[in-house]
Unconditional design. Structure first.
Length: 141
């Protein structure tokens, strides 16, 4: 009888210790946004809200208007000045592709009803990528 109760007590202690260990090993919640929210602000290369600069190349597509679709490079003044049928350059320096897309859509809306414009960064030439040597405590955040 004493042996049975000793095994019950040992089993209960092991069960209790296992549940405490399981709770401690779970990752603690932080104030960081969930992964889905973080990934929505990242582009394909994992860069948060890349801003354009001189030398960057963008691919501009106007759906249903192949004559207006083009690839353009941000000039040394920070503008897209080689867009078809637009006399006024579009400011691109220190702006995201979405901000530039809105301006191009507005500019082409003078010629087309409700233009559907897509702007994609084709080449990133204005900034050299950063390299970190040594230990890193926390990545991307």
């Amino acid at each position: 009888m004493k042996t049975k109760s000793l095994f019950l007590v040992i089993g209960f202690v092991c069960l209790l210790a296992g549940s405490v260990y399981a709770q401690e090993s779970q990752p603690q919640e932080t104030s960081a946004p969930p992964p889905s929210a973080q990934s929505s602000s990242l582009d394909i290369q994992g860069i948060k809200k890349y801003v354009l600069g001189p030398g960057d190349v963008v691919d501009i597509r106007v759906f249903g208007q192949p004559d207006l679709s083009s690839t353009a490079q941000v000039d040394s003044d920070g503008n897209l000045s080689s867009l078809p049928f637009l006399e006024t350059p579009i400011r691109a320096k220190c702006r995201t592709d979405k901000e530039v897309q809105k301006d191009i859509t507005l500019a082409y809306s003078k010629f087309i009803n409700n233009p559907q414009v897509s702007v994609r960064i084709a080449e990133r030439n204005s900034r050299q990528p950063a390299t970190v040597f040594g230990a890193v405590r926390q990545g991307q955040g």
